[in-house]
Ligand binder design. Structure first.
Ligand code: K1U
Ligand code: ZN
Length: 169
């Protein structure tokens, strides 16, 4: 297991679509181990493989509260197959856009199809924070960031700030 570096905007890899996993094998399981170690270390409640520079459609989540035991979740090749017209609003953050938070409106309920670590197919219905996080992470696998759901003015301000920092480094 390894803590991997988390890509920060404006890294171009964050804007690319990730590739589907063809076979859930040992290297995917090793990737998932690294993702959990990186996500817990950050700390974060979700992570997409692209955020550590691996362009595969894999996401990890753990939405357990501080006083609860860990509840690690893995979704391979996740895909939203249905989303509600009703929206809900959450204040989102992103490990690739450190210390910036903003409210985002998204479908309140979704159904997501995915593979588990044994390569078995599942479909789940999600609402609340799980629905928000799944959509945030699935967006990452498609090169979409939560700032893309904000006004152009807000988005451009954030990108400008992080581009300045990257150019100074
Ligand atoms: O994908 C990511 O960048 C991870 C992101 C997930 C997320 C958070 C909030 C709404 C939607 C998606 C994060 O984990 S940001 C950090 C965070 O929210 C958090 C960190 C520690 C404790 C509790 C929350
Ligand atoms: Zn994110």
């Amino acid at each position: 297991m390894a803590i991997r570096e988390i890509l920060i905007i404006p890294d171009k890899r964050l804007r690319k679509r990730s590739e589907p996993v063809a076979k859930v094998n040992g290297s995917v399981r090793k990737l998932v181990d690294d993702m959990f170690e990186t996500m817990y270390h950050a700390p974060g409640i979700g992570l997409a493989a692209v955020q550590i520079g691996t362009m595969q459609r894999v996401i990890t989540l753990d939405l357990a509260k501080k006083d609860e035991p860990p509840k690690p979740q893995v979704y391979i090749n996740p895909e939203v197959v249905w989303s509600s017209e009703e929206l809900s609003t959450y204040e989102e953050g992103c490990l690739s856009i450190p210390e910036f938070y903003s409210e985002v409106d998204r479908p309140a309920q979704v159904r997501v199809k995915y593979l588990d670590l044994d390569g078995k197919s599942h479909e789940i219905a999600a609402n609340g924070l799980l629905a928000t996080c799944l959509q945030h992470e699935i967006d990452h696998t498609n090169g979409i960031l939560f700032i893309d759901h904000l006004s152009k003015l807000k988005r451009d301000r954030v990108i400008k700030k992080f581009t300045k920092v990257a150019n100074r480094a």
